[in-house]
Design a protein around this ligand. Structure first.
Ligand SMILES: Nc1ncnc2c1ncn2[C@@H]1O[C@H](COP(=O)(O)OP(=O)(O)OP(=O)(O)O)[C@@H](O)[C@H]1O
Length: 258
C-alpha cells in the first residue's frame, strides 16, 4: 500500500437546517484500500458519502483528494473543469438505485460508451470495443450490448452501473448500498464480482451499507457511524470480531442474532 493517502477528510460536518446529518468525521483512505461505512438507517452514511464524493460541500471541514499529478487538493476548491475530470474519470459513483446511475432508455453499450465520450473519445469502433470489454468484465453477455437497461434484471443493472464507472479506469469508487434491494443470491454474485474487480484493478473504494456481510467481504477497514458521528474505526475483522464501542457491539450482535 502506498504511503501517500488518496483521500483525507477532516472534521466533516453536513447539516440540513437544524438536523446534523454527520459531524466531526475524520478519515484517511489509501490507494487500493476499501473502507466500509456502516451504521443503522439515518446514521449519516449516505450524506457522508455524498460529501466525500464531491456532490455537496460540507458546512465545516475539508475533503482533500490526491489528483493524478500527486497534489493533494481540496475537492470543493477545484475549478469546474478539474471537478468534472474527477467525476467523469478518476472517480466512480455507484448508486443504490440503478436509475440514478444509468440512462435507462439508452443501450447498455451506450451507457458504457457515454462515459468515454464525455472525456473526449470520438472513435466509434474504439468506444464499441471498450463497451464490449467492460460488459464482459461484469459478466453481461455480448448479445445484450444493444438492449436497454430497462430490460435487465436488478443485478444486471448494478453490474452495468459498475461497467459504466470502470470504463474510465477510476482510482476511487464510491458505492452507496450497492447490493440494496437485490435477492441474496444476486447480492452474492455482485459482491464476488466487486471484490474481484476492485482487487484486480487496485481501485480504492468507500462502500456505505447497513449490511455487515457486505463489508466483511469487501472492506479492509470499517468506520461505524451512529447519529452522524464516527463511534468506531478499525480493521474490518477487528471491529466485527471484537467491537470496542457499545454501539458497535450492539450492531454486530443484532446481526448475529439475525
Ligand atoms: N436532503 C435532506 N434533507 C433533510 N434531511 C436530510 C436530507 N438527507 C438526509 N437528511 C437527514 O440526515 C440524517 C442522515 O441521513 P442519511 O441518509 O445520510 O443516513 P443513512 O445512514 O445513509 O441512512 P439510510 O441507511 O437510511 O440511507 C437523517 O436524519 C436524515 O433524515
Amino acid at each position: 500500500m502506498s504511503a501517500e493517502p488518496l483521500l483525507i477528510a477532516t472534521g466533516v460536518e453536513r447539516r440540513f437546517g437544524a438536523q446534523v446529518a454527520c459531524t466531526g468525521i475524520d478519515l484517511v483512505l489509501y490507494p487500493g484500500e476499501v473502507l466500509g461505512v456502516v451504521g443503522e438507517s439515518g446514521a449519516g452514511k449516505s450524506t457522508l458519502l455524498q460529501t466525500l464524493a464531491g456532490q455537496a460541500a460540507p458546512q465545516s471541514g475539508q475533503v482533500a483528494y490526491r489528483t493524478r499529478d500527486r497534489r493533494l487538493r481540496d475537492v470543493y476548491r477545484l475549478g469546474e473543469a478539474e471537478r468534472r475530470m474527477l467525476l467523469r474519470t478518476d472517480w466512480g459513483l455507484v448508486h443504490q438505485n440503478p436509475r440514478d446511475g444509468l440512462r435507462m432508455a439508452v443501450s447498455a453499450g451506450g451507457n458504457v460508451g457515454e462515459r468515454l465520450m464525455q472525456i473526449g473519445e470520438r472513435h466509434y469502433g474504439r468506444i464499441r470495443e471498450s463497451a464490449r470489454t467492460w460488459l464482459e468484465a461484469v459478466e453481461i453477455a455480448e448479445g445484450r450490448i444493444d438492449d436497454t437497461p430497462q430490460t435487465f434484471s436488478g443485478g444486471m443493472q448494478q453490474r452495468l452501473q459498475l461497467a459504466r464507472n470502470l470504463v474510465t479506469r477510476p482510482r476511487l469508487l464510491f458505492l452507496d448500498e450497492p447490493t440494496g434491494g437485490l435477492d441474496v443470491s444476486v447480492q452474492a454474485r455482485l459482491l464476488d464480482l466487486l471484490r474481484r474487480l476492485v482487487g484486480e484493478l487496485g481501485i480504492a473504494a468507500i462502500v456505505v451499507t447497513h449490511d455487515l456481510g457486505v463489508v466483511r467481504l469487501l472492506a479492509d477497514r470499517l468506520l461505524v457511524m451512529r447519529s452522524g458521528r464516527a463511534v468506531e474505526h478499525g480493521l474490518t475483522d477487528q471491529v466485527l470480531d471484537d467491537p470496542q464501542h457499545a454501539y458497535s457491539q450492539l450492531l454486530v450482535s443484532s446481526i448475529l442474532r439475525g
